[in-house]
Design a protein around this ligand. Sequence first.
Ligand code: FES
Length: 145
Amino acid sequence: MYSEKVMDHFQNPRNVGEIENASGVGTVGNAKCGDIMRMFLDIDENGVIKEAKFKTFGCGAAVATSSMATELVKGKTIQEALQITNKAVMEALDGLPPVKVHCSLLAEEAIHAALWDYAEKNNIKIEGLQKPKSDISEGDEEEEY
Ligand code: FES
């Protein structure tokens, strides 16, 4: 059912934890399944993401996608990080079963929420970034089952 990469990132998640005084912290949940993901980003003065960590209280796919998402954003600029969609995270994991696609949306939205927090803290506007939802189940039309 799950790819080897999903199982690997679920059993050995990368970048679990918190970043103290993170540049940006984003928390998103899905009220339907009750899962919550929190993403911490450390962004340097050039707008490059130096460090990413996460805490996820959720299903295996949510853990695996947050693990992969932190791996993907590290070393990226803010604009590059914005391009990381849930599809990109899923592709990096060699796919997810259709009923688990919505879990990857948490990862995409958690990145956006952390970037939004960073922008607010620094009083800047990030081009192309819209205010993230704290509950992704509100936007059901975006979910693909
Ligand atoms: Fe809720 Fe996976 S079942 S995030």
